[in-house]
Design a protein around this ligand. Structure first.
Ligand code: UT7
Length: 325
């Protein structure tokens, strides 16, 4: 069996920024409330006409370049998303076409904010068994197209973006050491997409029937803390390590208070936890992929470090991976 590791990372963030001050003009909220309750200061929003696939392709190109891989030699593409351009063709097939990865198999994974780790673990199996030599895993979300911009409970939370990585066999002592995937379908109604009337962001005068996010924030918060802490503990145990061995935790960025509570529960110092929610809000599956990219870029993760990736999201689904970088 091959050891499988991340050999190239990429990301893409739309240029358009929506700050807390902008939101103050849209709903009854304040920069102070959003900052203290969530840690978010601003988020990125896809430009008018910018599709999810446009973002996914940009992140993919950077990851492939960093992995020094010829797209013609790419064997598998998995995209984690809950906001594809359309239900078909899949986002993975749109990426395959754009990057000319003619030999690659391609499909999407739907696991909300846990999508990146679900896709990572899925791709890992193909390389571990030797079926494929490499894989491109992308997490890309235009999640703000499901936001009700009149609902202050949810519209302050989300942003758009994409992250990507290339997986390939690595040395025996490196790579993805363990994985944990979990689902709690009985909590599905805590966060869902519902049909209803709302205004699109760029056409404030026009109310039309559009699907949008409905969420029971407080209850979700409680389940999230428990699920994420449990996922890290299980993945670390499966890797044959202790929590004190972790050098850096890269968590899903839903709320800085959730991240702090998970750190406290696991007794991991907050300076070992990577946080960038202030800049981007919750980008669903893309959050953890972009956070991993930035943690490596900022040298918060160094060669040989033990890294814990952990997430939870609508479904509810949670997941964790332990990686030796
Ligand atoms: O990836 C998974 C996605 N979602 C999550 O992880 C969300 C998890 N939940 C959370 O992050 C938090 O529950 C929220 C940030 C959504 C809300 O924070 P909270 O501390 O749980 O606030 P709350 O819902 O208990 O609301 C407290 C008060 C309420 O007013 P009253 O009823 O006490 O008068 C809300 O109406 O804050 C009010 N409120 C706001 N006030 C200003 C709710 N949203 C806002 C807002 N601005 N944007």
């Amino acid at each position: 069996m091959n050891n499988v590791g991340i050999v190239g990372l990429g990301h893409y963030l739309p240029k358009r920024r929506l700050t807390n001050l902008d939101l103050e003009k849209m709903v009854k909220t304040s920069d102070e409330w959003i900052t203290t309750r969530t840690g978010i200061k601003e988020r990125r929003i896809a430009e008018k006409g910018e599709k999810n696939s446009d973002m996914a392709v940009k992140a993919a190109r950077e990851a492939i370049k960093n992995a020094r891989l010829d797209p013609e030699r790419l064997e598998l593409i998995i995209v984690a998303t809950i906001s594809p351009d359309s239900s078909f063709p899949s986002l993975a097939c749109l990426v395959q076409k754009a990057i000319h990865a003619r030999k690659a198999a391609a499909f999407d994974v739907s696991a909300a904010c846990s999508g990146f780790l679900y896709a990572l673990t899925t791709a890992k199996q193909f390389i571990q068994t030797g079926l494929y030599k490499n894989a491109l895993v992308i997490a890309s979300e235009k999640i703000t197209s499901y936001v009700d911009w009149n609902d202050r409970n949810t519209c302050i939370l989300f942003g758009d973006g994409a992250g990507a990585c290339v997986l390939a066999p690595v040395r025996k002592d490196r790579g993805i050491l363990s994985e944990y995937l979990h689902a709690q379908g009985h909590f599905g109604d805590l966060m869902m997409v519902v049909a209803g009337e709302r205004e699109p962001l760029d056409q404030k005068t026009k109310t039309i029937l559009l699907p949008h996010i409905a969420m029971q924030g407080q209850e979700l918060f409680r389940v999230a803390v428990h699920s994420m802490a449990e996922a890290v503990e299980i993945a670390v145990h499966k890797a044959g390590l202790k929590l004190s061995d972790i050098d850096c935790v890269v968590p899903h960025q839903a709320n800085d208070r959730i991240i702090t509570a998970v750190a406290r529960q696991l007794e991991i110092p907050k300076d070992k936890i990577f946080v960038n929610i202030d800049k981007y809000g919750n980008m669903s599956a893309a959050s953890i992929a972009v956070a991993l990219y930035e943690a490596v870029k900022e040298k918060r993760i160094q060669k040989g470090d033990i890294v814990a990736l952990v997430t939870f999201g609508a479904g509810l689904v949670s997941a964790a991976n332990v990686v030796r970088w």
